[in-house]
Design a protein. Structure first.
Lengths: 148, 93
């Protein structure tokens, strides 16, 4: 059974931490041989909340070990970005995925959505936007949905 | 803001986010009450959950519902109307 670890969205750092998130995951993956589930939205959330550049932070992760990707929406509350899974995917997160695509990595992607589901047309528009950022064909092309 | 104050603030924000997530899970079990309470659901749940360890969303939904009736947040359950006739002599049902 292949195992994978995912980078998390955290609202605070562990006190007296010795490793950055990227260094920790790299070492863990290196020593255990597991794969990485790259959550693009979590990278964005952490970078925004720590005042860092998302693409720089994303590159610190062991990208050569990606199993597949997660993407999700979120919103700002109490001055922090929360990875809620109940909001639309922000354009900045799509841009981060596009950056990853442009760098030559084409992993499979899953949209995480846990509630406040929008109407089907909105959700499909979002999935098409994700596919576009990932350099993939629109999922609604040549279906009844593309003619609505 | 001092370093300590910043860290404390981060913990408060993270704590509030976790309670909202917990409230969302409980709300799934109480669709009618969630709809009746509207915006008040979140704050009433946060108040009730404060200091109370997590107990699973189904169990929490039962306990929280009982709490909502206790504080009369939902109003009293509607009493059965008395019929103007009686089914049997002497019955008051």
């Amino acid at each position: 059974m292949p195992l994978a670890v995912e980078n998390i969205a955290a609202l605070f750092d562990w006190p007296d931490d010795e490793l950055t998130e990227g260094a920790f995951l790299s070492e863990l993956i290196d020593r255990t041989g597991v794969a990485l589930v790259l959550d693009v939205a979590n990278v964005y959330a952490n970078a925004l909340n720590r005042g860092q550049d998302p693409w720089t932070e994303l590159q610190r992760l062991p990208l050569e070990r990606i199993a597949y990707c997660h993407i999700a929406g979120g919103s700002i509350r109490d001055g922090m970005y929360h990875d809620t899974h109940t909001d639309p995917v922000p354009i900045e997160v799509l841009d981060l995925l596009r950056h990853l695509t442009d760098s030559g990595r084409r992993p499979a992607i899953m949209l995480e959505r846990d509630g406040h589901y929008p109407p089907a047309t909105e959700l499909l528009t979002e999935l098409d936007a994700i596919a576009d950022a990932a350099g993939l064909d629109s999922i609604t092309s040549n279906t009844a949905w593309s003619r609505i | 803001m001092s370093e300590l104050a910043r860290r404390q603030q981060e913990l408060i924000v993270a704590g509030a986010a976790l309670v909202r997530k917990r409230a969302g899970a409980v709300a799934h079990h109480l669709p009618i009450e969630t709809s009746m309470l509207g915006d008040r659901f979140g704050s009433l749940f946060a108040e009730w959950a404060d200091g109370r360890p997590k107990g699973g969303s189904w169990k929490e939904s039962r306990e929280f519902l009982e709490h909502l009736y206790t504080i009369e947040a939902l109003g009293r359950p509607v009493p059965r109307r008395k019929r103007w006739f009686s089914r049997r002599k002497g019955s008051s049902l």
